[in-house]
Design a binder for this molecule. Structure first.
Ligand code: ACM
Ligand code: ZN
Length: 744
């Protein structure tokens, strides 16, 4: 790989230097435990021989199938690949491997087939990273994973994808050392696996009136029968599902099926209404837990599922099951009485426990979303913690295995850049860097409980992802970032190094026709106050590696002649910063504008007359005067959330002259985040008697779906005060989010 560095001299003479970059062994992602480059190359030929012990035969087969993609010329002897099974004495982790590449021989050593398949996937990646796949650099790679569970999930219910796409998805997972494919096969918008004992699940439950989920969701949400004109949907036959299991297994990947219960099951009750509390279609979305037929159904379905999927885990969903239907259902209430269940949460737990017992009888373990904790965790269940890490922490404290799948860090259905620049997504904001920086072992977990965190997983919910190209766009490169979270030892991780290595992976994705999200040319601005110099320290970053960033401090649009960003800059008072990336082709990209403000209230105490909502405490008391402006997402721990009215008093320490005061809010109505109706500012010197408030009314329409920001600002003439009271109306009782009181 060559890296182009462009230098601008004072005469605007552009010189391009080709810097020798690291070779492909150093570009491997996820980063291995150790890589040592040596001189020389190994050359593949059509007749390169592959030796193996019978225990590692499947690794040889995988390698052979990859090498078939290349038409290498036939020549000479002395090009050998040898798989070797490590002896019992050799210390090697369960999935560990070693690859030693010399000019004539590649030796792949692994303890078992999993390690050998992982090594093979590494070798395949090295070849794909080369401009010329016939030659790879010599060296030694010693590797083993940090976590034993490294998953990617795919929801095929909201939108349906072909078997050939599922295989491509698995190929890419294998390349990045994921070992688990979590296949979300059933949900309200469509049941996707043929079940022989309940054929209507797919003949009715797999087809609907609209092609993509969004159109269907916004309609009457009706189902149709297979073969009806305009019936959209689809399902996988059991043979196809078995083929996927085999295909994934050949690449070192286990497929875990998810069969949703007791909620998210509307499609089941269109086919078999008798399993719902009302007994009618189009009424309920939860199974009737009082009806034995529900358990008979679940057991028969799971019996067929277990015959297809040999995975240790069977995922039973368990998330977001409404309890209202059970409250009104005589059968459910009778069950609760007979089983001495105190509430509907315990009724859900009763169902999950019965299902777990059934799975355990068949030597399988139950996996479910963190709602399965409610009403008491079943004895051996493993939990996927999606509503943050709280459920995962609780489960680990109770000695249960946990997969960390928190929405804020691993839900790849969120926007990966500013929403206005992206195709419509479900919401949220999860740029690649945030994925990369995710740490799956919560610091609050005591050391002896940390072992229960088995790994992490990317979630691809597909409500807003109608076609497979779009799945790729949402998954990559974020899945590459998460692969390093799941595989690489924490101390070997480094975002800048990752970004450098990632450059060659963009080319790899192009070779494989992956429709990945391209790194954004927008500049992100980070500002932190430096109290010693009474200025803000400003950093610029970009997803473009080694970006040439130019900036201005006078409000003008940056050009190629503007100041070049080399290191953090310091700006005082109020400064309008504009920064833009200039790419190698000389294009000045769209600039980012940032209003830096080293204001008078930084570091001052705030008295909170009303308290923030405990779900969004940001930096608690210090949030509103810490000098840090929130980003575009309210989950960045700089936005303080309120569900009540807002009422604070800022103490400026001494009587201070005031020219301008502002408080910023965001609106994002899809997430229930609104502007306040108005803001009142009042002043006092004793903290008791305040002036008549000055009111600022909201003027952002409350039906505007766009993410928007507004600073409720007042200008003051010759006002001085020690105390500033700020009140905001939240009559709507939805969320208010505010980040900073700006006092100038
Ligand atoms: C989930 O996102 N409902 C697990
Ligand atoms: Zn019921």
């Amino acid at each position: 790989m060559k890296n182009i560095i462009t230098i601008f001299l004072c005469l605007s003479v552009q010189i391009t230097i080709y810097a020798q970059n690291s070779t492909s062994l150093n570009n491997i992602i996820p980063r291995p435990l150790s890589v040592t480059e040596t001189k020389g190359v190994f050359t593949f030929y059509k007749n390169t021989s592959i030796e193996n012990p019978s225990s590692l035969l499947n690794a040889k087969k995988l390698l052979e199938s990859h090498l078939q993609n290349y038409a290498f010329p036939t020549t000479k002897a002395g090009s050998e690949i040898e798989f070797v099974q490590a002896s019992e004495k050799e210390k090697m982790a369960k999935e560990g491997y070693k690859i030693a590449i010399t000019p004539t021989l590649i030796t792949i050593t692994a303890k078992n087939i999993q390690g050998a398949l992982l090594a093979t996937n590494t070798l395949v990646q090295i070849q794909l990273l080369q401009n010329n796949a016939q030659q790879i650099p010599c060296g030694v790679i010693v590797d083993s994973p940090r976590f034993e569970y490294r998953g990617m999930h795919l929801d095929v219910s909201r939108n349906f994808y072909s078997i050939s796409f599922i295989k491509k998805y698995i190929d890419l997972m294998a390349l990045y050392k994921y070992n688990t494919f979590h296949w979300h096969l059933t949900d309200g918008p469509g049941w996707r696996l043929k079940i022989n004992s309940y054929p209507k699940l797919t003949s009715i439950g797999a087809f609907r009136t609209h092609n993509d989920w969004k159109s269907w969701w916004n309609s009457e949400r009706k189902y149709l029968s297979e073969g009806d004109p305009n019936a959209y949907g689809g399902y996988y036959t059991q043979e196809q599902a078995k083929d996927i299991v085999a295909y994934a297994g050949a690449r070192g990947i286990t497929v875990i099926p998810e069969i949703e219960m007791p909620g998210h099951s509307n499609e089941v009750f269109v086919a078999y209404p008798e399993l719902s509390c009302s007994g009618k279609p189009y009424v309920n979305d939860v199974f009737c837990s009082g009806n034995e037929a529900s358990f008979e159904f679940i057991e028969k379905v799971l019996t067929e599922v277990m015959a297809i999927f040999p995975s240790k885990y069977i995922h039973i969903g368990g998330d977001e099951a409404g309890k209202d239907d059970w409250k009104k259902c005589p059968k459910c209430q009778l069950r609760m009485k007979n089983e001495s269940l105190k509430n509907e949460e315990e009724l859900q737990s009763y169902l999950v426990k019965r299902v777990e017992k059934f799975l355990n009888q068949h030597n399988r373990n139950l996996l479910g979303w963190d709602e399965i904790l409610e009403g008491g965790l079943t004895p051996k269940a493993t939990v996927m913690s999606w509503r943050g890490e709280k459920g995962g922490i609780q489960a680990a404290m109770e000695n249960h295995d946990v997969i960390m799948t928190p929405g804020g860090e691993t839900y790849f259905d969120a926007y990966q850049n500013i929403p206005s620049t992206q195709p419509e997504a479900i919401g949220g904001y999860l740029p690649m860097k945030r994925v990369y920086n995710y740490e799956p072992v919560p610091s609050v977990l005591p050391k002896e409980k940390q072992k229960f965190v088995k790994g992490t997983q990317a979630q691809l919910w597909t409500e807003y992802i109608p076609i497979s190209n779009h799945v790729e766009y949402m998954a990559y490169p974020r899945a590459i970032a998460l692969s390093e979270v799941a595989w690489t030892q924490k101390e070997n991780k480094n975002f800048d190094g990752f970004l450098q290595r990632l450059q060659s992976h963009y080319l790899l994705l192009q070779k494989l026709n992956v429709n990945y999200y391209h790194p954004s040319t927008l500049v992100e601005v980070f500002s932190t106050p430096d109290l010693a110099v009474q200025k803000n320290k400003i950093n610029f970053t970009s997803e473009i590696y080694n970006a040439d960033i130019r900036y201005t401090l006078d409000g003008s649009i940056p050009t190629v002649n503007s100041l070049k960003y080399e290191q953090p800059i310091y700006v005082g008072g109020e400064t309008t910063i504009k920064a833009a990336v200039i790419t190698n082709d000389g294009v000045v990209h769209e600039s980012t504008t940032y209003a830096a403000n080293y204001h008078k209230a930084i570091g001052k105490k705030v008295k909170y007359n009303t308290h923030w909502d405990n779900s969004y405490p940001a930096q608690t008391e210090s949030t509103l005067t810490n000098g840090i402006i929130g980003s575009i997402t309210y989950s960045d721990k700089q936005w303080l959330g309120y569900t009540t009215n807002f009422d604070i008093v800022v103490d400026m320490d001494t009587v201070t002259s005031l020219n301008k005061i502002g408080l910023r809010f965001m609106q994002y109505i899809g997430a229930g985040v609104y502007m306040p109706k108005w803001i009142n500012y009042s002043f006092s010197n004793d903290g008791i008697n305040f002036t008549t408030p000055i009111k600022v009314e909201n003027d952002v329409p409350d039906n505007d779906k766009k993410l928007s920001f507004k600073t409720f600002e007042i200008k003051l003439n010759n006002t001085s005060a020690r105390y500033i009271r700020v009140q905001a109306d939240n009559a709507r009782r939805q969320f208010l989010f505010t980040d900073e009181v700006l006092v100038n």
